[in-house]
Design a protein around this ligand. Sequence first.
Ligand code: HEM
Length: 446
Amino acid sequence: MTSAEGVGLELEDIQSGALHERPSPYAGTYLLLRIDDRAAGRELVRRLHSIVDHGRPSDPNDDTWITAAFTYQGLKALGVPQASLDSFAPEFRQGMAARAAELGDVGDSSPAHWERPLGTQDVHVALAALSPDPTRLRVVVERALRAQHDLPGIELIWRQDCYQLATGRTSFGFKDGIGQPAVEGSGIPPTNPREKPLKAGEIILGYPDETGELPPMPTPDVLGRNGTYVVFRKLHTRVAAYRQYLRAKAGNRGAEALIGAKMVGRWQSGAPLTLAPERDDPDLGADPHRNNDFAYADDLRGFRCPVGAHARRANPRDALDEDGSVNVRLHRMIRRGTSYGPALPEGVLEDDGADRGIIFVFAGSHIRRQFEFVKTQWLNDGIFIGVPSEKDPLVGPNDGSGTFTIPARPIRRRLQQLPPFVVTRGGEYCFAPSLRALRWLAELKT
Ligand code: HEM
């Protein structure tokens, strides 16, 4: 097996999903399966082994791939020995629904209201099929479906189509997927030259992470190594409510765009407020060499980008370095978000009842200190920025009483009565094993 320069990441053994950049635009489909019969489950895994793709960059003209991941219940259904099941991270073993209160998935976002079968014991296997266009996607999805269709004992229980527009914009109108850490040994250059590539072990199990240690890894070695945890969440976005809120607070289109940008930390074009504080700069937003090349240390008070803005909360960059108590590098993540549902046409303020939003996907070695930490400590809470009562203005679990502070001279502005703009429709904690681990799972004899 060949390995990448430096850390020796075994790219041929690692599934594409975590390290591989996606084509843009693209079309995708998520499929969830239930395993009712152990032998059929192992046969499914054997077939998946031959159709999933690995993480070595491929020919961009053939940019289609399938990724496979399993929930704790799925590994159990395959007959993974108990000692091995017990070696997985506790949060993964509990599953996302059991973590709801901690994650802020309450009220309309609570598992009681989730779309079935999300959050139930039925979700065992998650497949993601991806392609640059719907025509090629059909072929890949067909390939994924063929792996299970003649297997009694394997049930297709959920399907979700998703896409990324050529503009990279998602339902609230913002370009997304810009802020992304580089990973040592992946061969993908950093988009933020001020952030050193992360140690591979932050994203892929079996390599040292930022602490210098190997992350806790499921046993046996062949099952854990080159695997990664994957979190997916279906997040409904209340776009009409969001637009109405901006209209009510701003009064005119220009001010709406500015307040919207202050809430995110970037303009809709993707231009960061730190570099373009007064007005949007679409050329900057579109330039991958410049749109992620910035820091916050010279804007600690947040006059350019509010400290409570979504992207700044989610990655405070160098702004927390002052007292040294938090190492931001321990809370980074790979995000693979996609849009689902029809876009609400520009300018429409009335809700059309359509379900639209984001399939948020996280990949990393530490569900707790990466995904859960960022979600609970930085997005749902304001203690770390000195305003305990404020939650993330765009994606936080606001309940109509929340506030958002926009620092300004001579006096700051405070937006009141923030409603929830994002409602969790469900999700799962999964594990995407290496290709060798897939073979091991298929050949289990228990
Ligand atoms: C519907 C829900 C969400 C929406 C609409 C949303 C939207 C956005 C947008 C527009 C950006 C700026 C573009 C970019 O830097 O890529 C962004 C950045 C980011 N978001 Fe979210 N997001 C959502 C949920 C989440 C969640 C749940 C997390 C983590 C738990 C998260 C973590 C991040 C991170 C880490 C960044 C990059 C920040 C940076 O590196 O500067 N987001 N998001």
